[in-house]
Design a binder for this molecule. Structure first.
Ligand code: ZN
Length: 575
């Protein structure tokens, strides 16, 4: 491309952006205006699609044109077709639905990628099957080395509970740990306790729990800070930079296949950050990533002079992640009323108000976005208190601080969230996938959990989030879950929180972009924005809502490049 072409293209994009939409683009002008051809023409056009743009000015379209990694124009098939030249690739969508690329605003890609690569998949319906999988891995692992499983889910077991003794039988000569898919609890075996020096006389650490039977013996269950004690002593399978890079490659293939084009890593460590950079440099990271880093890195970032949002549209540092309470799916979140059937159990707090205030203020004053993990209403109240205090002490415009998960709300919390401009990221696949867990909260409380309807009604820009591994990451399952509030077994949970397909799409696209300050660049389809989009074989607006999750993702495009499927298909390429 010569400089003349480059400046011409720049001009077109600026024109589109400064006028705030596509209306000013000559190609989309009134019918009598001849289409203006960009020199050389666009790199790619998609025609005959049913496009939902997420743009107020032009909500529907049929076709789009891409130059480089940006959208050049969005409009009718007739007009976009007229833009194509000999060098333009043309994809005929043949009536398929096209939406902006999905954004998962809270997930753990690098971490889950390594787990997918290295750990035993314990997402199995019977204790014996988990034992068999762990036994098989133990047979290939030198005695004394750790055998690690993940994606275990107590409520998906036909039998159980899974205990230390089951793991002793499967791996008598190896320390073994089976992590719950929620990530806050695990089951470990006797060899593990022995190696860690933990006995039945070891007291529970503050904010944590070692499960004990009626005889006082350890059951193998470890929760919250007790799991941290186990983790610190755990030498899980040797994971180095190479495995972590391979993990990012694998998870980016899995997630883009489901239609995700941007993912927010909600707890990025130094190792994760390096893994993303390695995979990106090797051309293996297919999605875009926005990072909330662990608080330990804040001082280092400040020392290095790194400011919030440093990076590129492929990989960006944005915020700091903190923790306040336990988990929704593992029933340890801190609430003002106890769990059903457990009158003394209100859940777990992992910090104090004072500590939280200090940590929030430090990140806030450093200019970073803050995202605090808070599931229960007590924890959400604490986080809002910390945000309100930080704002009083060091007022700052447009902080867009977040409450990660923000599971259980009430009218008063909703008002404070709206007033503070805070972004909640509630689980978007939980109602469908984790239905069996909601009985422990009771019907009345579930009406205020994952409260997508309430957030929208309060004008809160709620973003979509899987928290994968804890929740499945498939955005189409998420849309079905938010729209139907019905679980996999057909049970309805909090139907008052149902939202429309259009609202669910907005949450999964534009609101996700807003959560990372990137709504000017992604989350909707308009000239000048990044060419991130997904072709779907069905229209979620028209299909039976109970089957939305079965719609096939035909093609995922990130920055104008098809990243799924690996071998091009999805729409007929006419040249
Ligand atoms: Zn998380």
């Amino acid at each position: 491309m010569d400089s003349r072409n480059r400046s011409r293209r720049t001009f077109l994009w600026q024109g589109a952006l400064t006028a705030g939409g596509v209306a000013c683009l000559p190609v989309l002008g009134r019918a009598q205006e001849p289409p203006v051809e960009v020199d050389g023409g666009p790199d790619l056009v998609v025609i005959n699609a049913k496009i939902y743009t997420q743009e107020e000015r032009q909500p529907r379209a049929e076709a789009l044109a891409v130059t480089g990694d940006r959208l050049l124009a969005v409009g009718s098939t007739e007009r976009i077709k007229a833009l194509a030249t000999k060098r333009t690739r043309v994809i005929d969508a043949e009536g398929m639905t096209l939406v902006p690329g999905f954004i998962d605003a809270h997930t753990h890609p690098a971490d889950s990628g390594v787990s997918e690569l290295m750990f035993v998949d314990c997402n199995r319906p019977a204790v014996a099957e988990i034992q068999a999988a762990m036994r098989e891995r133990a047979a290939k692992t030198p005695a004394g080395q750790w055998v690690a499983g993940f994606k275990f889910d107590d409520t998906k077991l036909k039998d159980g509970p899974l205990t230390r003794t089951h793991l002793d039988a499967a791996a008598p000569d190896h320390p073994a740990r089976v992590l719950h898919r929620g990530g806050h609890t695990a089951i470990v075996n006797s060899a593990a306790f022995k190696q860690l020096g933990i006995t039945k006389d070891t007291p529970d650490p503050e904010g944590g729990k070692f499960g004990r039977g009626s005889d006082g013996e350890l059951t193998g269950f470890v929760a919250e800070t007790a799991l941290k004690v186990v983790d610190r002593g755990t030498r899980t399978p040797a994971v180095g930079p190479r495995e972590r890079q391979a993990g990012v490659k694998l998870i980016s293939e899995m997630m883009t296949a489901a239609g995700l084009t941007t993912v927010h890593d909600a707890q990025a460590s130094k190792d994760d950050f390096q893994a993303y950079q390695d995979a990106l440099a090797a051309g293996q990271m297919l999605f875009r990533t926005y990072l909330l880093v662990v608080p330990e890195l804040l001082a280092d970032l400040q020392r290095a002079g790194v400011r919030a949002r440093m990076g590129s549209d492929r990989l960006r540092i944005g915020g700091v992640k903190l923790f306040c309470d336990g988990s929704a799916s593992e029933r340890t979140m801190r609430m003002s009323r106890p769990y059903v059937g457990r009158p003394n159990d209100y859940g777990i707090l992992v910090t104090t108000q004072d500590k939280l205030n200090d940590a929030v203020l430090a990140a806030h004053q450093a200019g970073f976005q803050v995202g605090v993990h808070a599931n229960g209403d007590v924890a959400i109240d604490m986080v809002l208190t910390a945000y309100e205090l930080a704002q009083r002490l060091a007022p700052r415009e447009g902080t867009r601080h977040r409450i990660e998960h923000c599971t259980l709300v009430n009218p008063e919390l909703l008002k404070r969230i709206a007033a503070a401009g805070v972004i909640p990221t509630p689980f978007y696949t939980y109602v469908y996938y984790h239905g069996d867990k909601w009985a422990q909260y009771g019907d009345e409380r579930v009406r205020w959990m994952f409260a997508h309807r309430s957030f929208l009604d309060h004008g809160i820009r709620v973003a979509g989030a899987s928290d994968y591994v804890p929740g499945p990451f498939e955005p189409l399952m998420a849309i079905q879950s938010m729209v139907t509030r019905t679980d996999y077994a057909g049970r309805v949970w909090g139907e008052n929180q149902r939202i429309s397909v259009a609202e669910a799409l907005q949450i999964c696209t534009l609101h996700g972009a807003y959560a990372s300050f990137e709504e000017r660049h992604k989350g909707s389809l308009a000239a000048g924005k990044l060419a991130d989009f997904v072709l779907l074989e069905g229209d979620p607006h028209e299909i039976d809502p109970g089957r939305i999750k079965d719609i096939r993702v035909a093609r995922t495009v990130v920055g104008g490049q098809t990243v799924h499927p690996a071998a091009e298909s999805g729409g007929r390429q006419t040249r």
